[in-house]
Design a protein around this ligand. Structure first.
Ligand code: SAH
Length: 235
């Protein structure tokens, strides 16, 4: 079933112009077809009652939640190539609440501006990913942030995926099973975190955790870490 983020007004619903165009031209929506429309964490079953302009009637609210009990902030150092997009797309499917693209000491790709095209693209990916996997909310992709700032302000349980913890450190699973309602997971860049960064994070209450005994590529680490925490929260 097609899924959109739109606006509900009483017994009628609408979606934005760009989405409406996509619904007609790409998804080939038909008259009387049922779709889901989400607004403000609520999802409604709707029926297409008019094609020009595209409009919907609300049938009923869908009560079961699609969001994980854990509100997870995935703070990942910006990576080269399209790996940032991969993290946002897969993280959205897994249920991440918020992505924070980080600039850390060994980040190779330094952003051009506060809201450059890459960031806008990540937000678009989060929206389309959330539609595809039928989430109730679109995860937030925050502005680029500095490592120190994120380390100080992080929400909930603080976890640092640390390569130096890979073999002898505590497993992320130990924390995943604690049943926390909010957590922040930090993922380093291709070159990893500097010892100074790890120290600063630990001083700020971050627990260094292992994602297994092998060193993963940063994008794998982000996806595997998010999957472990979110799946465990839904037990
Ligand atoms: N170049 C570094 C590895 C960096 S891996 C080295 O050779 O040591 C990139 C990031 O992925 C790390 O900063 C960490 O956040 C995460 N990561 C990868 N494998 C991990 C593991 N086994 N345990 C914990 N974190 C890991």
């Amino acid at each position: 079933m097609q899924h959109y983020f739109g606006h509900i007004q009483g017994k009628t619903a609408s979606i934005e112009e760009g989405d409406a165009l996509r619904a007609k031209q790409v998804k080939r929506i038909e008259l009387n077809e049922q779709v889901e429309i989400a607004e403000g964490e609520r999802v409604y079953l709707c029926r297409c009652c008019k094609l020009h302009p595209l409009s919907f009637g609300v049938i009923a609210e869908i009560t079961e939640t699609r969001e994980a009990p854990l509100k997870l902030t995935l703070a990942f150092s910006l990576l080269k190539g399209d790996h940032n997009e991969l993290i946002v797309l897969k993280g959205t499917e897994l249920g991440v609440t918020r992505f924070v693209p980080l600039v850390s000491a060994r980040t190779v790709v330094v952003p051009k501006g506060k809201e450059d095209n890459k960031l806008l693209r990540l937000r678009k990916i989060a929206k389309e990913g959330a539609e595809q996997c039928r989430r109730s909310v679109i995860p937030e992709v925050s502005d680029y942030s500095a490592f120190d700032e994120v380390v100080e302000k992080a929400a909930g349980l603080r976890l640092l995926a640390y390569e130096e913890a890979a073999i002898h450190g505590e497993s992320i699973l130990e924390y995943a099973l604690k049943g926390e309602s909010e957590a922040t997971l930090l993922i380093g860049p291709e070159g990893g975190f500097t010892p100074k960064e790890a120290e600063l994070a630990i001083q700020n209450g971050f627990h260094p955790v292992s994602l297994g005994k092998r060193i993963l590529r940063a994008e794998t680490a982000a996806i595997a870490g998010a999957a472990t925490l979110l799946l465990a929260s839904e037990r």
